[in-house]
Design a protein around this ligand. Structure first.
Ligand code: MN
Length: 285
């Protein structure tokens, strides 16, 4: 599908007032988010200076949101889950056995979201501490419903929409943590590590059981696979996650990356594609 420009996307979704929002990771976020909540008819939770108990708060913590193409609303983010090693060939390249491993999940902080507008190139800063910074292109699933012990048959009813995402990874730190049997946190959960495009509502695009997923760097294809190669499909991911934690509206899931992850350096242009969703373009700066 032809990428929408930022203007087209905003006009389509009726959120022109939210031009500075983009995942609320900047200093302008507090004001933008207040506007966003007003524009979206949002509630008081977390907004300008008062708590659910009616007490003042000393500062405002912005609510992370994701724009939705063609809808007069934005999607508020509660939690960001990511599944590990969900394509067999990627599991093998990471040194594990894809045939025996149950799915496992980790989280990124909600404010790690950085939005890549269709038709624009996002500037994405090379993060500190790493010397081996990797892309992982992934299908992102956004939930409008939740629950515990959700069966795979009922899981897709909880889906709000989908986006193209990059689970950016400080691979050297992830692997060092793994070798020392420490948490992956420092390799996976850092500022701006959850790059994604705007959401497409499920009513507009349906569900994604198959379709090409691809990542190019400087015009050269690096990762390419089909969504049907996922070891655990979207319904199974939701079902499995809901056994360990209650899922709630606002949760999103990065559904795993295919093989051939690799490094980027300053100046590289990453382009992410999934059939049926708008592409994203991200420049490392
Ligand atoms: Mn990943």
């Amino acid at each position: 599908m032809r990428p929408m420009t930022r203007r087209e996307a905003l006009q389509a979704s009726g959120v022109l007032a939210l031009a500075g929002l983009a995942g609320c990771s900047g200093t302008e976020s507090a004001a933008a988010t207040s506007d966003a909540e007003t524009a979206a008819g949002g509630s008081a939770r977390g907004s300008a200076g008062s708590s659910a108990e009616g007490l003042p708060t000393p500062f405002v913590v912005p609510q992370s949101t994701i724009p939705v193409l063609g809808r007069d609303e934005v999607f508020p983010v509660r939690r960001i889950y990511c599944i590990g090693r969900n394509y067999a060939a990627h599991a093998i390249e990471m040194g594990s056995d894809p045939t025996r491993e149950p799915p496992f999940f980790f989280q990124k902080p909600t404010d790690a979201i950085q939005l890549a507008w269709p038709g624009e190139v996002l500037d994405h800063s090379y993060p500190p501490l790493t010397r081996n910074y990797h892309y992982e292109v992934e299908l992102v699933v956004a939930l409008r419903g939740g629950g515990r012990d959700i069966s795979p048959d009922e899981a897709l009813d909880r889906v709000y929409g989908y986006a193209v995402g990059l689970d950016m990874t400080r691979r050297d730190l992830q692997l060092a943590s793994r070798a020392e049997e420490k948490p992956w946190e420092i390799g996976k959960s850092f500022d701006n590590s959850a790059v994604l495009g705007p959401l497409h509502h499920v009513a507009d695009v349906g569900h994604f059981h198959a379709g090409r997923i691809r990542l190019s760097v400087n015009g050269e294809v690096k990762q390419e696979a089909d969504l049907e190669q996922m070891i655990w499909n979207v319904a199974e991911q939701i079902s499995q996650l809901s056994q360990g934690s209650e899922l709630r509206p606002g949760d999103i899931i990065y559904s795993g990356t295919p093989e051939n992850v690799g490094p980027v350096v300053v100046g590289d242009l990453m382009e992410g594609h999934i059939d049926g969703l708008t592409d994203i373009a991200v420049r490392v700066v």
